[in-house]
Design a protein around this ligand. Structure first.
Ligand code: ZN
Length: 289
């Protein structure tokens, strides 16, 4: 399929929709700020693909964040997607090298995924997903199963260079209201979808892929949407984060480092901040003219 894009599709004769996604440059750009070891690169690829797919399934304007924190070797793993289809990610880790296996269960299995949806207008909301299944995709299927009772099938693959995602989801009854027939439809399509390999998804054009998977079915395919890496950091946001520390902590930080230089962990951008001006702002002083 087309790199750095996602495509939506809809079954013509069943209440089922789907999305397929492939990230290449977006994935590389999202990792470029930090020299991550292979297991982290692979997990971040899955997280990026998952964030992008999930944000496609919900109608909103804002950002969606997937985040796991506080584990033994991975202290932070996060990927963010915006409704404008920009993506970014970050990880903090220890004792991991290229030689370690990207083992989801071993590295993240005791954690909880926090899914945050932050609309531009209105309240943000969070869901907690225990990472007890053997893969991120299965954990997210459980999350969907809990929240809306509609079947969801998710496949995620990442090899450090290409990240792909495929999502199939039941829609509320519209074309078919009989429960048994709805269930038959779901069985039919989800069994076929499960045969898709990452190699096929990368190699085949979207329309060919759908024809090959769902050979007897009519599927409507929508034009691809482009995804890209972009960071939302700014000098102002960095300054606000410092001010949010509170005056006491800010003062002790300034005593150590009068010239504050902060790096954005997502993109590597460096911000040299005027510590005195920020301290004055934190005290509520008016800016000097
Ligand atoms: Zn940034």
């Amino acid at each position: 399929m087309q790199p750095d894009s996602s495509s939506r599709f809809l079954m013509a004769n069943a209440d089922i929709r789907g999305y397929m996604l492939q990230l290449n440059k977006t994935y590389a750009d999202s990792l470029s700020a930090t020299d991550y070891p292979r297991p982290i690169r692979i997990l971040l690829g899955e997280f990026l693909a998952a964030a992008a797919l999930l944000s496609e399934t919900i109608k909103f304007k804002g950002r969606l964040l997937l985040q796991v924190k506080g584990l033994e070797k991975i202290t932070l793993l996060a990927a963010e997607a915006s409704s404008e289809r920009s993506l970014r990610c970050v990880a903090r880790f220890q004792d991991l090298t290229d030689d370690d296996a990207p083992d989801f269960e071993a590295l993240l299995g005791t954690g909880t995924l926090v899914v945050t949806i932050e609309p531009e207008q209105g309240e943000r909301y969070q869901s907690l997903v225990p990472l007890t299944a053997p893969s991120l995709a299965q954990c997210l299927e459980f999350y969907f199963g809990q929240s809306d009772q509609l079947g969801t099938q998710i496949m995620l693959h990442s090899d450090g260079e290409t990240a792909t995602g495929f999502l199939l989801q039941q829609l509320p009854a519209q074309l078919e209201t009989d429960d048994a027939k709805r269930s038959d439809h779901w069985q039919h399509f989800s069994i076929l979808a499960a045969t898709l390999t990452q190699a096929e998804q990368i190699a085949l054009p979207e329309a060919t892929l759908l024809k090959r998977l769902f050979v007897e079915d009519v599927v409507e395919l929508f034009p691809p949407k482009a995804h890209r890496f972009a960071c939302t950091c700014s000098r102002e946001r960095m300054a606000n984060a410092l001010i949010a520390l509170g005056e006491a902590e800010l003062q002790s930080l300034l005593a150590e480092q009068p010239e504050l230089t902060l790096n954005c962990e997502f993109c590597g951008a460096q911000y040299a901040l005027d510590g005195e001006a920020i301290a004055a702002e934190a005290r509520g002083d008016r800016p000097a003219h």
